[in-house]
Each structure stands twice: as structure tokens, then as C-alpha cells.
Design a protein around this ligand. Structure first.
Ligand SMILES: [Zn+2]
Length: 152
């Protein structure tokens, strides 16, 4: 496993619509392992492939450092409720903002082996899923900030 460099805001790869993953091979697993290691090293709760310069539809999420979600070609199939919380992004260091997200999301995604999994997640995990899946469409949380609350 290896740490990857995290791409910062301003790089075009963060603003593009990412491509579906079609090859579920060993290299995909290595990339996901690198993303997980990079996320933990940066103290993040989620990381999307474009944040390490890879325009593919995959991301990793871990709120508690134990349960690790790897979402390949994720699709939000249903949402319920609303919540508001302060978000930041590893690609936009030093900034935070208030964002509204669903309280609960139902997501279908493949794992590194191409197996389809169905998730129902709420609270902070739902926020992280939405934030990371947004990355795959070139959307950053700053596009959705309600009340900009910058912290230097
Ligand atoms: Zn982010």
C-alpha cells in the first residue's frame, strides 16, 4: 500500500464527471487500499478517487476508523429526511461550511470484486456518502454551503 497525493481545489480532475469502473482487477484493489490508507493518514472520514487524481466512480468512507465502506459505481437510490452539519474536504484544507444533506440514504454500490452491495446509512455516514458521491460528479461541498462559516 502507498500514500497518494491529495489533489487540491483548482485541479480540473475535481470538477469532472468521473467514469464508471469497468475492470474489477487486482489494480482496482490496490488503488482502493491506497485510498483507504491516504484517508486515514489525512484524518479524513471519506475520500473519492478524483481526490487522488483518478477520474473513476469510486470512493471510500470510514467514520469510526473500523467500519470501512468501499463504494464502486455508487448510486443513491433513495433519501429520507434532512440534516444540517458543518463539512470540510481534504481537497479544500482549512475551510468548513454548513451543508444540508439527507438524514438517511439508500445506496447501491459494488465492492472491489464487482459484488453489488446495498446500504442504508444515516447521520454522519449519510453525510459522508453524499459528500463523496458528489465528488464523482465534480461537485464540491462548497457548491452547497448555506451559510459560509470559514475557520482559518
Ligand atoms: Zn471532499
Amino acid at each position: 500500500m502507498a500514500l497518494r497525493d491529495i489533489v487540491k481545489e483548482g485541479e480540473p480532475v475535481l470538477r469532472q464527471k468521473c467514469f464508471e469502473v469497468t475492470l474489477f482487477n487486482e489494480r482496482l484493489g490496490v488503488t482502493l487500499d491506497d485510498m483507504i490508507e491516504t484517508m486515514f493518514a489525512a484524518d479524513g472520514v471519506g475520500l473519492a478517487a478524483p481526490q487522488v487524481g483518478i477520474p473513476k466512480r469510486m470512493c471510500v468512507v470510514s467514520i469510526d476508523g473500523k467500519t470501512i465502506y468501499e463504494l464502486v459505481n455508487p448510486v443513491i437510490v433513495k433519501t429520507a429526511g434532512k440534516q444540517r452539519g458543518i463539512e470540510g474536504c481534504l481537497s479544500i484544507p482549512g475551510e468548513h461550511g454548513l451543508v444540508e444533506r439527507p438524514q438517511t440514504v439508500w445506496v447501491e454500490a459494488k465492492d472491489r470484486f464487482g459484488k453489488l452491495n446495498k446500504y442504508k446509512v444515516s447521520d454522519l455516514t449519510a453525510v459522508a456518502f453524499c459528500h463523496e458521491i458528489d465528488h464523482l460528479d465534480g461537485v464540491l461541498y462548497i457548491d452547497k454551503v448555506i451559510n459560509n462559516d470559514k475557520k482559518e
